[in-house]
Design a binder for this molecule. Structure first.
Ligand SMILES: Cc1ncc(COP(=O)(O)O)c(C=O)c1O
Length: 400
């Protein structure tokens, strides 16, 4: 049969990262490539307990079809949590989603027409580019500096359907927007009538001080906020949420109904059972402590081993270091050598909507032990130093 694909199917691309991860899953490779949370943080005992309780107390309700909006008490919990972060929203504005990844898809479905402009950071979360791409947008890359996208670059996105922004410990760059940058971005976006889609899966994973309030707290009805339980509980639950302005909510809900009727009610009840008594207040600090130790190990390893000319910022939270190599080095081309040397990373280029930036890469510090981090970074540094020696004189740093 000669199947004729829809035009949008051509826009569905295999995730470059997943393809890379396949190679790096070979035994013996120290993978600093994945974007997975550490399984050591999964609350297995609490899950066992909550699962038993839900099956004991409300088995029929938990296993039945449920409301598309989500489980009422969980929506209330999200609204209260948001208020705690300065975002005033009613539980009726909360839509429980099948991971925040579904939130990206629903927003894309409701807001993007073929040819619509969508502003994204450069670099940005690859999964968002993938989610939006089938709706055929034209991506506008927001230029930035070390503090994230610059407010004046929003002007290049006038008329766009929305600006997709990741304020906290961004995937992939790890950077966190300052309070001043947040204010400036939200205010400029409001001046030019540009709505904001805020994605915040990493905000709770801060190491020393919590990040400033979310963009949506200031933007109000001009923003949709996406949250997730993947990084504070477990990604296998596929549980996230969005908080939407009242005018947008019905359409997002209809899109959700069409997509999957509702997010598994069983998972929602189990998670509510776990978190309603304040479990996250004691659980999340244990994740922060573990990740901070590993962040420190990677910082020390990078400092000890990386050749001159490589730059990075120390992330104040989240899961990633973003490394910029001397300009003549191509992280995609060097990956096979790194894998041969026993380690893996993710090249940075796919995170840029318009490509380029071949001399960047992302390192995750949360799933490897400090020893593995040291060994992996040392192996990477050797590959880079070798490439620099082997004929990339242009890559050598210009003396200050
Ligand atoms: C920035 C960002 N947004 C959204 C997601 C999707 O998360 P989930 O669907 O598990 O909530 C991820 C996952 O890594 C992410 O890094």
């Amino acid at each position: 049969m000669n199947w004729q694909m829809a035009r949008r199917a051509e826009r569905l691309n295999p995730s470059t990262i997943r393809e890379i991860l396949k190679v790096t899953e070979r035994p013996g490779i120290i993978s600093l490539a994945g974007g997975l949370p550490s399984p050591d943080t999964f609350p297995v005992a609490a899950m066992q307990d909550a699962t038993s309780r839900v099956l004991r107390d409300t088995p029929r309700e938990a296993l039945q079809y449920a409301a598309s909006e989500g489980y009422g008490p969980l929506r209330e919990w999200v609204a209260a949590e948001m208020a705690h972060h300065g975002l005033q929203a009613d539980a009726s504005q909360v839509l429980i989603t099948t991971g925040s990844q579904q939130g990206l898809d629903l927003v894309g479905k409701v807001l993007i027409d073929p040819g619509s402009r969508v502003a994204v950071e450069a670099p940005t979360y690859l999964g968002a580019l993938q989610a939006f791409a089938p709706y055929e947008p034209e991506f506008v890359a927001l230029e930035g500096d070390d503090d994230g996208p610059r407010p004046d670059t929003l002007d290049t996105a006038r008329g766009a359907r929305f600006a997709y922004l990741l304020p906290n410990f961004q995937n992939p760059s790890g950077r966190c927007l300052s309070a001043a940058r947040r204010t400036a971005l939200v205010d400029r976006a409001a001046e030019i009538g540009l709505p904001i889609l805020e994605d915040n899966p990493y905000g709770d994973l801060w190491f020393d001080t919590p990040p400033p309030p979310p963009l949506s707290a200031r933007a109000g009805d001009a923003a949709v906020y996406l949250g997730s339980f993947s990084k504070v509980l477990a990604p296998g639950l596929r549980l996230g949420y969005l908080v939407a302005p009242k005018v947008l909510y019905p359409k997002l809900l209809q899109a959700k109904q069409a997509a999957d009727l509702h997010t598994p009610g069983f998972n929602q009840r189990v998670v509510h059972q776990i978190i309603h008594g304040g479990f996250l207040d004691t659980h999340v600090p244990t994740i922060r402590a573990l990740y901070k130790t590993r962040r420190d190990a990677m910082q020390a390893a990078l400092q000890a081993h990386m050749p001159a000319g490589c730059r990075w910022q120390t992330p104040a939270g989240g899961m990633f270091f973003w490394v910029t190599l001397p300009t003549a080095l191509d992280a995609t081309a060097l990956l096979p050598q790194a894998v041969a040397a026993g380690m893996a990373y993710v090249p940075g280029a796919p995170f840029f909507p318009q490509g380029g930036h071949a001399n960047t890469l992302r390192l995750s510090f949360v799933t490897a032990t400090p020893e593995q981090i040291h060994t992996g970074v040392a192996a990477l540094a050797q590959v880079l130093a070798g490439a620099l020696r082997a004929g990339h004189p242009a890559a050598l740093p210009v003396p200050a």
